[in-house]
Design a protein around this ligand. Structure first.
Ligand code: NCD
Length: 317
């Protein structure tokens, strides 16, 4: 396995399946009264967050703690970064604190790659979302959730059609998911208004449509994306109401879907915009479960990149 996890392209299909299988094993820990393994005892993991996050940061923190690692949370607000400290200087500070892994979220696409490709630190770099580029652990937890429900928690996702709907243009979740779904043998179907579909969409080598109603009956899962207003520099659709009417998931559309089709959303949801409250809380929705699965998947990523079978042998654990 590659030393860092910056992009889904860092993983082979076998790596991705190993992560999902390991997450399945580790999920059992979360059901125990004592949710802890000694695997990463003595290792230091830094959560380096230059952008707001609730779920992802807490999830990485819970994952690291369940593996007994020491966790340092570093948020850019209130740090020297707001005084203009460069990524390099921040990285070197973390290096001198003995960080074994840096989980980084950054508004600039490419920041985790920069950290992984320079010799500023020895730590393993894990991308927790960079700009509009990638969010690989989100994709892994989404595929984990789909595999659990539709593939008996094993193997790949072959034969499934999975719609990714909404603000694809600004979404790092969409790119990572499209790459991973393809890697796992399923077909991603990208759905967005033309203004929110990225320009070189043919290069993504996915199916795509500008009409949600056209594809909704024939997909096995629907991933709804948040309309990312904070990244929009222009008007991409006339009104919120029109967006919801054409691209929102509501009860009428849910009724047309396959009976056991799943509804996913990475959160935070704009209820009433891309998804109605009714659909978000329906039995097809796995939104809450995605959060729980996120902890197991991130435990698996930390374990495989930091501990792993070979390191256990070395340390005699
Ligand atoms: C996503 C993100 O931050 O990229 N959320 C998340 O990680 N749970 C998606 C989003 O913000 O819409």
């Amino acid at each position: 396995m590659n030393r860092h996890l910056v992009s889904i392209n860092d993983l082979t299909k076998d790596d991705a399946i190993l992560i999902l299988d390991t997450a399945k094993e580790l999920a059992q820990i979360s059901d125990r009264p004592v949710k802890k393994l000694p695997t990463l005892r003595g290792r230091t993991i830094v959560n380096l967050f230059f952008e707001d996050s609730t779920r992802t940061r807490i999830s990485f923190e819970a994952a690291a703690k369940r593996l007994s690692a020491d966790v340092i949370n570093f948020s850019a607000k209130g740090s020297s970064v707001s005084k203009g400290e460069s990524l390099k200087d921040t990285a070197q500070t973390l290096q001198s604190m003995g960080a074994d892994a840096v989980v980084i979220r950054h508004p600039a696409s490419g920041a985790p790659n920069l950290l992984a490709s320079r010799n500023w630190i020895n730590a393993v770099v894990i991308n927790a979302g960079d700009g509009t580029h990638e969010h690989p652990t989100q994709a892994l937890l989404d595929s984990y959730t789909i595999r659990k429900h539709l593939k008996n928690n094993q193997g790949d996702l072959s034969g499934l059609r999975i719609a990714i709907v909404g603000d694809i243009l600004h979404s790092r979740v969409a790119r990572s998911n499209a790459l991973l779904i393809k890697k796992l043998g399923a077909t991603p179907v990208l759905v967005a208004p033309p203004t929110l579909m990225p320009k070189g969409i043919n290069d993504w080598e996915c199916d795509f449509s500008f009409n949600l109603d056209e594809i909704i009956e024939n997909v096995d899962s629907v991933m709804m994306l948040r309309v990312q207003q904070e990244r929009m520099t222009a008007a991409y659709f006339p009104t919120a109401r029109e967006y919801s009417r054409n691209f929102g998931l509501n009860s009428a559309r849910l009724k047309k879907m396959k009976k056991n089709a799943l509804v996913l959303h990475p959160g935070p949801m704009n209820r009433g915009m891309e998804i109605t409250a009714e659909v978000a809380d329906s039995t097809n929705s796995v939104v809450i479960e995605q959060v729980a699965n996120g902890v197991s998947v991130r435990m698996a990523v930390l374990y495989l990149l930091l501990g792993g079978p070979q390191n256990e042998a070395e340390s005699g654990n």
